[in-house]
Design a protein around this ligand. Structure first.
Ligand code: IPE
Ligand code: IPE
Ligand code: MG
Length: 269
C-alpha cells in the first residue's frame, strides 16, 4: 500500500498509473547560474529534489522510479564537479538510508558502478543488500550510465555466447537482446520518461527502453522539481493512448472493410 498522503494533498486516482517512470534530472547548473551561485549549489538543491520526488513517487504508488543521476559522459566534467557529485551521492546514500529502509523501498542501480569511488560503492552496495527484500517501490539510480554503453555491453555478451557455441546467431532476436540488459532483468518496462530543464533530448539515457515509452518534457529546472511537477506528468500520461504500433481494439472491430484491391487481412485466420 502507498504511504499515507499529506491530508490536503490532491490525490489523483491511480488510473493508468505508469509502472516504471524514468527521470532525466537536468538543469542543476542553470538553476544555480540564474541565481548567481556556483553549480555545486545547484547540485545540492538537486539532491533535495531527489528526496522530494522519491517520497512523492512512493506515496503515489509508482512501482519503479529510475533516476538518471550521472551519465558515462559526465565523467568528462571538470574533476572538482565530478568529485562534488560523488560526495553528494555518498551523503545521499548515508542520509536517506533509514528513509529507504523504513518505506519498503528496494534500491538498485544500473550503469558501470565499478567506476564509482569506494566511498560511494560501499554504502551503495550495503543499502542495495539491506533493501533487497523490499517490495513497495524500486528506486533505481542510473550511475555512470550510458544507453549506448549498455547496448554495446549486451552485444558483447551475446557475441561471447555465440563464440562459445552456447547460442546460434539466428537466435539473436529482440527478446534475446533485451534479456542481456540489466534494466529488463531488474525493472518493469519503461512507461514514462520525464526530462526537466526544457531540453528535448535523451542524452544517452534508456535508448533501448525508450522505444515505446511516453515522453514528457518539463520546463522546470531539476532543483525546482516537486510533487506537483511529477503529478502533472502523471496526469498527462493518464490521458495518452499507447498503441505500440497497432490499432486500438475497438477501432479494429469496427473496421468496415476496405473495398479496394488490397482488403485488410485483419481478423483472418
Ligand atoms: C543535472 O544538471 C545533473 C547532472 C547531469 C549530474 P546539470 O549539471 O546537467 O545542469 P545543467 O544542465 O548544466 O543546467
Ligand atoms: C543528462 O544530462 C545526464 C543526467 C541527467 C545525469 P546532461 O546535462 O549530462 O546532458 P546534456 O549534456 O545536456 O545532453
Ligand atoms: Mg545538463
Amino acid at each position: 500500500m502507498p504511504a499515507e498522503l499529506p491530508v490536503n494533498s490532491p490525490i489523483s486516482l491511480p488510473v493508468n498509473l505508469p509502472r516504471h517512470v524514468g527521470i532525466i534530472m537536468d538543469g542543476n547548473g542553470r538553476w544555480a547560474r540564474q541565481k548567481g551561485l556556483p553549480r555545486e549549489v545547484g547540485h545540492e538543491h538537486g539532491a533535495d529534489a531527489v528526496r522530494r520526488v522519491v517520497r512523492a513517487a512512493r506515496a503515489i504508488g509508482i512501482e519503479a522510479l529510475t533516476l538518471f543521476a550521472f551519465s558515462s559522459q559526465n565523467w568528462d566534467r571538470p574533476p572538482q564537479e565530478v568529485f562534488h557529485l560523488m560526495a553528494l551521492l555518498n551523503r545521499y546514500l548515508l542520509e536517506e538510508r533509514s528513509e529507504i529502509l523504513d518505506n519498503g523501498i528496494r534500491l538498485i542501480t544500473v550503469g558501470d558502478t565499478e567506476r564509482l569511488p569506494g566511498y560511494v560503492r560501499d554504502p551503495m552496495r550495503e543499502l542495495i543488500a539491506a533493501s533487497a527484500h523490499h517490495t513497495d517501490m524500486t528506486l533505481c539510480l542510473a550511475l555512470s550510465y550510458g544507453g549506448r554503453e549498455m547496448i554495446t555491453e549486451a552485444a558483447r555478451r551475446l557475441c561471447r555466447a555465440v563464440a562459445a557455441g552456447k547460442l546460434r546467431p539466428e537466435d539473436v532476436d529482440a527478446r534475446a537482446f533485451e534479456a542481456q540488459l540489466d534494466s529488463s532483468r531488474l525493472l518493469p518496462p519503461l512507461d514514462l520518461l520525464i526530462r526537466t530543464s526544457g531540453e528535448h533530448r535523451i542524452s544517452n539515457f534508456f535508448l533501448w527502453e525508450v522505444a515505446y515509452a511516453e515522453l514528457f518534457f518539463s520546463e522546470a529546472m531539476w532543483p525546482d522539481f516537486a510533487r506537483e511537477h511529477l503529478q502533472a506528468a502523471l496526469d498527462d500520461y493518464a490521458r495518452r493512448e499507447r498503441r505500440f504500433g497497432t490499432v486500438p481494439d475497438a477501432e479494429a472491430a469496427e473496421e468496415p472493410g476496405y473495398p479496394g484491391l488490397f482488403p485488410p487481412q485483419r481478423g483472418k485466420g
